[in-house]
Design a protein around this ligand. Structure first.
Ligand SMILES: N[C@@H](CCC(=O)N[C@@H](CS)C(=O)NCC(=O)O)C(=O)O
Length: 305
């Protein structure tokens, strides 16, 4: 059985990035389906509170957020690389653009125009997505259409010289990250196919990204994933840089939370803090010692009183 466990739900566009990254690398992995709304007792037992989708688990190490997951997959399985031709910095920056400029209006449209979304999911996401106002879904969705289509036009322009992939000759993180809201558009926005129709190069690129596939997927029960964490030891060594902000020592009790939306905190003791990562250890509960990893960008770490 593969050591890589992805906690996700199939409709998640953020999870689609990671499924495609696993496909690009040709990896085998285990899929654990998590609920689309709270409560998510088995996921939060593992993460200590973080609830977003997806989360990657390897043994007793737990990786939150697609940015952290991408960097960890690259560290563990360097070839084929997610950042060809030195594209890591630009790819991560482009990923941030996609998560905000493209995903946010796309999420508003998917909730405002798609009547198939179950009421409990709609209610949960309205409370969760801080970038949406309650009124947004009552107003005509024209503004969000304008922003989403502006983002699609930008992608078309990135492909204007006839290149196959956004950052050069090989597929990478930039492609799967920017593809994610396009995938959401196809399945979830009413009239989504029509929005994409004028963008010829984008549609050809979309087919190439989809063809990366999802690697070799197996299915795993959430309780079995928790047993994996219980039986494993985390593989993370302490490493806090002298110049990391805030100035905290290994072992300090801290709280970590996203600084954008879905700010559910996770408490633990500090283990790693540098420009790329925050990792904390948790010892409580039936799982024993677990280390939870977050990206540095976009996350707050504060000492607990
Ligand atoms: N910055 C996070 C964002 C993840 C995110 O917002 N995921 C959405 C799903 S696509 C989510 O968590 N929705 C609420 C849920 O699944 O409970 C990442 O890159 O992983």
């Amino acid at each position: 059985m593969s050591d890589i466990i992805l906690h996700h739900h199939d409709p998640s566009p953020f999870a689609e990035k990671v499924r495609l990254a696993l496909g690009l690398k040709g990896l085998a992995w285990q899929s654990v389906q998590i609920p689309m709304v709270m409560p998510k007792p088995q996921l939060t037992a593992l993460t200590g509170g973080y609830r977003k989708t997806p989360v990657l688990q390897v043994g007793a190490d737990v990786y939150c957020d697609t940015r952290r997951i991408a960097l960890e997959l690259e560290r563990r399985f360097p070839g084929p690389g997610l950042f060809p031709a030195g594209s890591e910095g630009v790819a991560l920056a482009l990923g941030y653009w996609s998560d905000t400029a493209l995903f946010q209006p796309g999420a508003a449209l998917s909730m405002g125009t798609n009547e198939q979304i179950p009421a409990p999911v709609l209610e949960d996401r309205m409370a969760f997505f801080d970038f949406l106002e309650d009124d947004d879904l009552c107003a005509p969705p024209d503004h969000f259409f304008s922003q989403f289509v502006a983002g699609l036009a930008q992608l078309e322009r990135m492909l204007a010289d006839g290149r196959d992939w956004l950052l050069g000759d090989a597929p990478g993180w930039a492609d799967v990250a920017c593809y994610s809201p396009v995938w959401m558009c196809r399945g979830n926005i009413a009239g989504g196919d029509g929005l994409l129709a004028p963008f010829t190069r984008l549609r050809e690129w979309e087919a190439r990204v989809a063809a990366l596939g999802h690697g070799e997927r197996g299915e795993l029960d959430a309780e079995a994933a928790l047993a994996v964490a219980r039986e494993a030891e985390p593989m993370t060594r302490p490493a806090v840089g002298d110049d990391a902000w805030p100035r905290l020592a290994v072992g300090t009790p801290v709280q970590v939370a996203p600084d954008d939306y879905g700010r559910d905190p996770t408490n633990g003791t500090l283990l790693v803090l540098d420009a790329d990562e925050i990792a904390i250890a948790r010892e409580e509960g039936p799982l024993g010692r677990v280390v939870i990893h977050f990206p540095r960008a976009g996350y707050r770490v504060d000492p607990l009183p």
